[in-house]
Ligand binder design. Structure first.
Ligand SMILES: [Zn+2]
Length: 113
């Protein structure tokens, strides 16, 4: 992902609107390795949190940098969880196919006897 693509995703990331795990993963990789894009996200995040505090009158934490780091870490953790889940599903699929093959072989052997 390049800076232009990352820049287009800033608001979606802040609003948790990136549904595609692949895109989210590439975005996180990019902002963690590109200082300019991280700074852009940081500024937009602070603005959005500030606006949120103003419009809701809620007590918003002023540790914006900490809050952004946490948001990024949370997103990474969710991605990892989704990845593990996907792998587990693939293992289950393989398991099912093996059982079906075993049943077919059992039937075939039975038929030949
Ligand atoms: Zn960049």
């Amino acid at each position: 992902m390049n800076c232009e693509e990352a820049s287009a995703l800033v608001n979606d990331f802040i609003e948790n609107k990136i549904d595609d795990d692949q895109v989210l993963s590439e975005y996180l990789d990019h902002i963690c390795s590109c200082k300019n894009c991280y700074e852009e996200l940081d500024v937009m995040f602070i603005v959005s949190q500030g606006l949120y505090g103003l419009t809701t009158n809620e007590n918003v934490s002023f540790d914006f940098t900490g809050a952004l780091s946490k948001k990024i870490e949370d997103a990474k953790r969710e991605l990892k969880k989704a990845e593990i889940k996907k792998r587990r599903l693939i293992m289950i699929d393989i398991g099912c196919v093996l059982i079906i093959i075993a049943v077919i072989i059992a039937f075939a052997l039975d038929f030949m006897m």
